[in-house]
Design a protein around this ligand. Structure first.
Ligand code: AHM
Ligand code: MG
Length: 334
């Protein structure tokens, strides 16, 4: 492929290389991109429209207060995806139960989970937020309605995953299991352009990323390990800088491009951490591993976990292989 490549062309050319492809992924990715453009526009205007910022007055299944933008983004993604007849069931971080598709649509071969607007605590401050998505092939018989089991699959069974970052520019990053590609929205033409083809996460870094406000509740091993990053006695042989935005999408995005690691660990107040396995950990783990990195919960890989429930939480450590290997050895003795 030559020159400036837009998302539609990228999808078309990738599909051409697989003669047996049905076009299902093309439809799915194009509709995710459409929803991302709409949410991006809403996020950009949120500070101007006084009915968009602030709380909705409800909590989501994890007990977090729902922001109005969370609910807007949730609706935008459902509306963009429900009618394309590629899914049999959907799951959203904002909904307690799996979301069935309207009867009038044929049921497709895939199940999708998404966190429509991650990093909600940053919404009111004009700080980057994002959308995360994860796609599985259905396990229930074709044709009928899907069920919870279509969604509750281990991460290694994901067939596609990615995120959209609403930052100083809007970027869409995804993998279908053949590496990771990153697209930047050109607002003048309203198209995503391939700006970072086949990304590999670097081994060298200047940064580590973790909420140190919680360090009093961490394990001693984790606290000691993070302390080594503030001296030159670590795998990088230099003092690292801390970078923590508090939006997983933005923190993972920086880690993907800049190396190092991002973590939301378990602590004594949150024994399973804060991040959700199905909506946040699994899709980001697939992206990071497809870029040559690693994603673990502690002793083992995030994508190996057999999920128990839709909103279950899991500690997350992800980043460059070199960093995660060292952290796993020091903190979990593996
Ligand atoms: P959310 O889905 O309610 O937005 O919560 C998830 C977010 C992640 O984006 C981020 O990594 C984490 O919460 C930050 O939490 P904290 O503010 O405790 O550091
Ligand atoms: Mg979230």
């Amino acid at each position: 492929m030559q020159g400036n490549i837009n998302l539609t062309r990228f999808i078309y050319e990738t599909q051409k290389a697989f003669p047996t492809a049905t076009g299902d992924f093309s439809a799915i990715l194009n509709q995710i991109a459409l929803a991302a453009k709409i949410v991006s526009m809403e996020v950009n205007r949120a500070g101007i429209l006084d009915d968009v910022l602030g709380y909705q007055g409800e909590t989501n299944p994890s007990g977090d207060d729902q922001k109005k933008l969370d609910v807007i983004a949730d609706n935008v993604f459902f509306n963009a995806l429900e009618h394309i007849e590629k899914f049999c069931i959907m799951g959203s971080e904002e909904n307690e139960n799996p979301v069935k598709l309207p009867k009038r649509y044929k049921k497709g071969r895939y199940a999708i989970l998404f966190d429509p607007l991650d990093g909600s605590s940053n919404i009111d401050f004009n700080v980057s937020i994002g959308t995360i998505f994860s796609v599985f092939r259905r396990t229930s018989p074709e044709g009928g309605d899907g069920n919870l089991q279509d969604l509750l699959q281990p991460g290694y069974k994901q067939v596609a995953a990615g995120y959209v970052l609403y930052g100083s520019s809007t970027m869409m990053t995804f993998t279908t299991g053949q590496g990771v590609n990153m697209f930047t929205l050109d607002p003048q033409i309203g198209e995503f352009i391939l700006t970072h083809p086949n990304i590999r996460i670097p081994d060298a870094t200047r940064y580590y990323s973790i909420n140190e406000g919680n360090s009093a509740n961490w394990s001693d091993a984790l606290r000691s390990y993070v302390d080594t990053l503030k001296t030159s006695d670590n795998i990088h042989g230099k003092v690292l800088s801390g970078r923590y935005i508090g939006s997983m999408v933005a923190d993972v995005h920086r880690t993907l491009l800049g190396g190092g690691f991002f973590s939301y660990p378990a602590d004594s107040a949150n024994p399973s951490g804060k991040l959700r396995l199905m909506y946040e950990a699994n899709p980001m783990a697939m992206v990071i591993e497809q870029a040559g990195g690693r994603a673990i919960y502690g002793e083992g890989d995030i994508m190996g976990i057999i999920p128990r429930e839709l909103h279950q939480k899991i500690p997350v450590f992800l980043g460059s292989k070199k960093d995660i290997d060292a952290l796993q050895r020091a903190v979990f003795g593996k």
